[in-house]
Write a protein that binds this ligand. Structure first.
Ligand code: SF4
Length: 140
């Protein structure tokens, strides 16, 4: 049977998930061409070196899309990428698509195709204050 499961490109930092992006000095995500598995060791290192801060402020993580198990699920799709694309001005969208290792299963790509990729590096999974000019989507 064909596996139709999709990958969430903005998930929580958790063991067994994959690191796919790291925030750069321009406050945008550099997407990794090769995802890095979050092992127990990496998970422990991150939490001891950055105690008290949420890794999702600076890292993007991919994991299985849990659909109705996530508060961002609208019933038929992920609400995050639609909200992002509705909020963001065209001039901020990237002309070049990031090299991305999860595109074939990415939930956002499946929904919005390259439009999603053009906005992807501008998405931060967790922001401290909702009035910051950043997108926030910590679901689960
Ligand atoms: S939206 Fe595009 S760039 Fe972002 S994770 Fe999905 S496939 Fe990759």
């Amino acid at each position: 049977m064909k596996d139709e499961s999709k990958t969430c490109p903005s998930s929580r930092f958790s063991k067994g998930a994959y690191l796919i992006g790291i925030k750069n000095e321009q406050e945008e995500m550099d997407m990794l061409a090769t995802p890095v598995k979050i092992t127990a060791e990496l998970y422990g290192q991150m939490h001891s070196s950055a105690a008290g801060t949420k890794p999702e402020k600076t890292l993007r993580v991919a994991n299985k899309c849990v659909e109705s198990g996530c508060k961002q699920w609208t019933g038929t799709k992920c609400g995050v990428i639609d909200n992002v694309l509705q909020s963001i001005e065209e001039k901020y969208l990237k002309d070049q698509l990031p090299e991305c290792a999860i595109r074939s299963t990415c939930r956002w790509y499946a929904q919005r195709n390259i439009e999603a990729c053009r906005a992807c590096s501008l998405v931060t999974t967790y922001v401290e204050h909702s009035d910051e000019n950043r997108f926030f989507n910590l679901g689960g």
